[in-house]
Write a protein that binds this ligand. Structure first.
Ligand code: GLV
Ligand code: MG
Length: 325
């Protein structure tokens, strides 16, 4: 291990994160009663310019009046390049800051963007005597944000998570894509001809580099990497496949842009009973190995060592969080 210590962000379950437009208050109660881990009430892209002010008011009222239970509550503010942003932060934190856990910053481009919002939130928290520090979630969804993702991830003690905003990222990088978070058949390799002359097309994941880069920046700074939206909410299989490949890379969660996607995200992002059982057996076997002065042993015909302990501990910890939820 490096001598450098990575401070983990505040631990929260973030398997599913539901986007709820602030301009549609009729959706709030249902969201509050859902099984989602995190809700972000949106003032940005799901809200038309003429509805921005009303959406902000709806959100303040809802944060104060609705029983959100133990849900982690976030707001997505407008971008730093808009004049809506300062009021989003000032009005919501001043008037409903005590029920707010996180602020989601869209299209973050540089560490200075984070610094600016940190300064504003710090002043409001001080002025209002808010006891609980509000955390930040950043959407990495522009070429600039992806270029600076490491500096962004390290820019504030409030930082908790990085989210891959595939829709805006595609627009910013001019990637050729049609469905939000989906794949493109042109991103494929054609195999050489087999002996019978046939050739196969293997589709690839066009988002692999972006997602993997974001996961590294998040983990190197103790933050949660979270995969963003999947637009076709009638395609549950497509959603599950996208969530699984994000989970395999290290993501802890995925957005739900429709309530039907919540259960899918929770399922993919939770360790299975078999995985938890195996992790517990690894911990037991390594305990036994340590007592016998061994650094590595075999379990079920596979080698396990100290690295296996760390992986198993992460898994068991996650299972505990879910059980206590
Ligand atoms: C999310 O905001 C996205 O652009 O995908
Ligand atoms: Mg976006």
């Amino acid at each position: 291990m490096s001598f450098y210590t990575i401070e983990p962000a505040q631990a929260r379950l973030n398997r599913s994160e539901l986007a709820v437009p602030g301009s549609q208050p009729q959706l709030f109660e249902k969201a509050a009663k859902s099984d989602v881990d995190v809700i972000f009430l949106d003032m940005e892209d799901a809200v038309a310019p003429d509805d921005k002010e009303q959406a902000r008011k709806n959100i303040i009222e809802a944060l104060n009046d609705i029983d959100w239970g133990t849900k982690t509550m976030s707001i997505r503010i407008n971008g730093l390049d808009t004049h809506y942003m300062y009021r989003d932060v000032v009005d919501v934190v001043e008037q409903a800051g005590s029920r707010l856990d996180l602020i989601m910053i869209p299209k973050v481009g540089t560490a200075a963007d984070v610094y600016a919002i940190d300064m504003l939130v710090t002043q409001i928290e001080d002025a209002k005597g808010l006891k609980k520090r509000i955390g930040f979630e950043h959407i990495i969804e522009t070429a600039l944000g992806m270029q600076n993702v490491h500096e962004i991830a390290a820019a504030s003690k409030r930082n908790e998570s990085l989210h891959f905003g595939v829709a805006d990222y595609a627009a910013s990088t001019r990637a050729r894509t049609t469905v939000i978070g989906g794949v493109n058949p042109d991103y494929a390799v054609l195999t050489d001809a087999a002996t019978d002359g046939s050739r196969d097309t293997h589709w690839g994941d066009m988002w692999h580099y972006a997602l993997a880069r974001m996961v590294v920046a998040a983990r190197a700074n103790g933050l949660r990497p979270v995969d963003g939206p999947f637009g076709d909410f009638n395609d549950a299989d497509g959603y599950i496949a996208a969530a699984k490949r994000a989970a395999v890379l290290g993501c802890e969660g995925k957005w739900a842009i429709h309530p039907s996607q919540i259960a899918l995200a929770n399922q993919v992002m939770s360790p299975s009973d078999a995985e938890v059982d195996k992790a517990n057996r690894i911990l037991k076997a390594m305990e036994q190995a340590a007592a016998e002065g061994k650094g590595a042993v075999s379990l079920d015909g596979r080698l396990i060592d100290y690295a296996s302990i760390r992986q198993a501990e992460v898994l068991v910890e996650k299972a505990k969080q879910i059980a206590n939820n």
